[in-house]
Design a protein around this ligand. Structure first.
Ligand code: FDA
Length: 597
């Protein structure tokens, strides 16, 4: 008999584990989360928080979303990436980043009810963790995962209680390894990975110092410093990152991965800070310093029967593009409702297979993108004549040459402008953040081909209700004239149907099907004198179906299925689609436990 029994055991209280625990508890699923340490994130690591992640927080409740905004550095202050010789030295260029270009900002506004922001992991993690615990998650700190065995009915996990030195066993129906980049759960499962760990060496130096005089007039999250050696290891270039404006900072500097990791003593840390800030007398309050490696590795499969991996356990990559914690939280949003549906007996276990089918391609995509972004600093170094050398005089001569009135210098200036602009694939890649479309049995085709991207799909989000895509955001209005996003009408652990007045028969169909399948399907009719009114016509232009059709939306805001028009037998069509999404096809293996029995 195990010491503790729960439905879902989660290893790790990072963004992945805490978000999943918060979601499961919000859906009423019994769960427990363990962390081998007695603390949550003790360094600010992840910070760029994209709109899709904010949508997950919004789904957790307005109070969760509001608290994130309260603690964050808002989008306006995220500003422009600055490229410079040092903070005090010559500025070489800027690029409007993270939606600060007016055209990009418009795309952000049109895409989501939320705002991108900068929320250090030291603030995000406690918010998710507290949400989880306050809604029912059992949390156990100083509890280290050691091993697990699974059988047909569940998983027995052994953990070390680090307070007593004794082993404890936890029996759960499912186990989630959200235990970070050195995941022991992933290792124990023997899941397939591609790529390589340790492709570059990096050091983090955290400190307090008031740098307002260098930065307040050009607010940014990231100040990129090009100095000899800046292209060695690391994340592409020396970085001074704002943690809190403008007195808390994190420097990222590289080291040669082929050499042993340096010991970052206070002297070295202070020296690097002075060098990158460009002030030889700078006094810093050193908070911490450590080394870490740049990784380029992803799982090609994220599940083995009753055990799943998520977050950095499945995708290990540099912080470029700010995708790590975002993707980790979004993994949780994908898996939590599926576990809830299976545990409630609404879905067959086959639904759980769609987690890896949907998220493993995302893992590959973001790891590839983040590593590519490091390589894409190359043209900047080339344009400045800094590629590959540490000959300071040569570099200085090349940087000086760009200011000459010669044809060669004109070309150099143009090359530099283009090289900076090209970095939008790292610092303004809205499409990478928002365009995730799934292909699995949990997104039932309506026979329409996937809409082709009409713009660069890494830079621009393209809304569609094509099954598998995220539901497009449009503001609709209640009878008091207050606006609500279509995303607000959906989610919260439930399936939702959106239709128009001529599709009102979907309400009855949803009731019939919901009763037969034992689940709640919420229906929203959008039209004049109905609960929701499409005053701007934005929903009508983005829904891609006739008014009488319907869009069936999953609890994670992705489209499960859609019907162009009202069919003769809406209940029959809805039943067919939902049975397939839920892995309950009659006669197939993918039925609920009850049906199988
Ligand atoms: P994470 O590593 O955060 O958590 C793992 C958890 O598992 C911890 O609680 C740990 O204690 C626990 N654990 C591990 N082994 C265990 C065991 N055996 N037993 C029990 N518990 C165990 N991302 C982003 O989205 N935007 C950004 O801007 C940045 N920026 C950034 C900058 C820098 C400098 C770094 C180093 C990283 C980033 N990231 C980022 C990446 C981000 O920090 C990372 O992707 C997330 O923390 C991953 O979250 P997870 O929850 O998957 O793992």
């Amino acid at each position: 008999m195990a010491d503790i029994i729960t439905d879902v055991l989660i290893i790790g209280t990072g963004p992945a584990g805490s978000a999943t625990a918060a979601l499961l508890s919000s859906y009423g699923v019994e769960n427990m989360v363990v962390n081998r340490y007695r603390w949550l994130a003790n360094t600010p690591r992840a910070h760029i928080t994209n709109q899709r992640t904010m949508e997950v927080l919004r789904d957790l409740g307005p109070e969760v979303e509001a608290e994130a905004y309260m603690h964050c550095t808002e989008q306006d202050l995220m500003g422009e990436n600055v490229f410079c010789e040092s903070l005090a030295g010559e500025e070489l260029g800027r690029m409007k980043s993270w939606g600060s270009h007016p055209l990009s900002r418009a795309e952000h506004h049109l895409s989501s009810p939320t705002m991108m922001n900068d929320l250090p992991q030291t603030l995000m993690e406690p918010l998710l963790f507290k949400t989880a615990c306050s809604r029912g998650t059992q949390a156990r700190m100083s509890t280290e995962y050691k091993s697990h065995v699974q059988d047909a009915d569940g998983v027995t996990t052994t953990c070390l209680d680090r307070l007593t030195g004794k082993d404890i066993t936890i029996r759960s129906k499912y186990l989630i390894g959200a235990d970070g980049g050195n995941s022991k759960v992933a290792e124990d499962l023997g899941l397939p990975f591609e790529g390589k760990m340790g492709v570059g060496g990096s050091m983090n130096i955290m400190f307090r110092a008031d740098l307002s005089k260098y930065v307040a007039h050009r607010p940014s999250v990231l100040y990129w410093v090009m100095q000899p050696g800046a292209d060695v290891g690391g994340i592409g270039m020396g970085l001074v990152r704002m943690v809190r404006p403008w007195n808390e900072w994190l420097i990222v500097w590289g080291y040669d991965i082929n050499q042993p990791a340096p010991e970052v003593t206070p002297e070295i840390a202070t020296g690097v800070a002075r060098q990158l800030v460009g002030d030889p007398d700078l006094e810093i309050e050193l908070l911490s310093a450590n080394t870490w490696t740049v990784n380029n590795m992803f799982a090609t499969h994220m599940q083995k029967d009753r055990v799943f991996i998520m977050g950095d356990a499945a995708h290990r990559h540099p912080p470029s593009n700010g995708l790590g914690s975002n993707t980790s939280i979004q993994d949780g949003f994908n898996l939590a409702w599926k576990l809830a549906a299976v545990l409630r007996g609404e879905a067959g276990p086959a639904l759980l297979d769609t987690y890896s089918q949907e998220r493993a391609p995302i893992a590959r995509q973001i790891v590839t993108r983040a590593n590519q972004s490091i390589a894409e600093f190359g043209p900047i170094f080339e344009a400045l004549g800094m590629d590959g050398g540490t000959d300071i005089e040569k570099i200085q001569a090349s940087m000086d040459a760009r200011c000459d009135a010669t044809h060669a210098a004109e070309k150099q200036r143009e090359a530099l402008r283009k090289a900076f602009a090209f970095k939008k694939y790292e610092f303004d890649a809205h499409g990478v953040e928002m365009n995730q479309r799934y292909s699995s049995a949990a997104a039932v085709t309506d026979g329409q081909p996937e809409p082709a991207f009409t713009k660069d799909k890494e830079l621009h989000y393209q809304p569609t209700t094509w099954p598998g895509a995220r539901l497009p955001h449009a503001w609709v209005y209640d009878q008091a004239g207050k606006r609500h996003s279509t995303l607000d009408l959906t989610g919260k652990g439930r399936f939702t149907i959106l239709t128009g007045i001529s599709g009102e028969r979907w309400t009855k169909a949803a009731e019939t099907v919901g009763k037969a399948l034992g689940l709640t399907i919420v229906v929203h009719v959008i039209g004049p004198r109905r609960t929701w009114v499409d005053h701007h016509g934005d929903w009508a232009t983005s829904r891609e179906i006739e008014e009488s059709g319907c869009v069936l939306v999953r609890p994670d805001h992705h489209v499960a299925w859609r019907a162009m028009t009202l069919p003769d037998d809406p209940a029959g069509e809805l039943m067919r689609a939902l049975r397939s999404v839920l892995g309950r096809e009659p006669g197939g293996v993918a039925q609920t436990q009850e049906e199988v029995a």
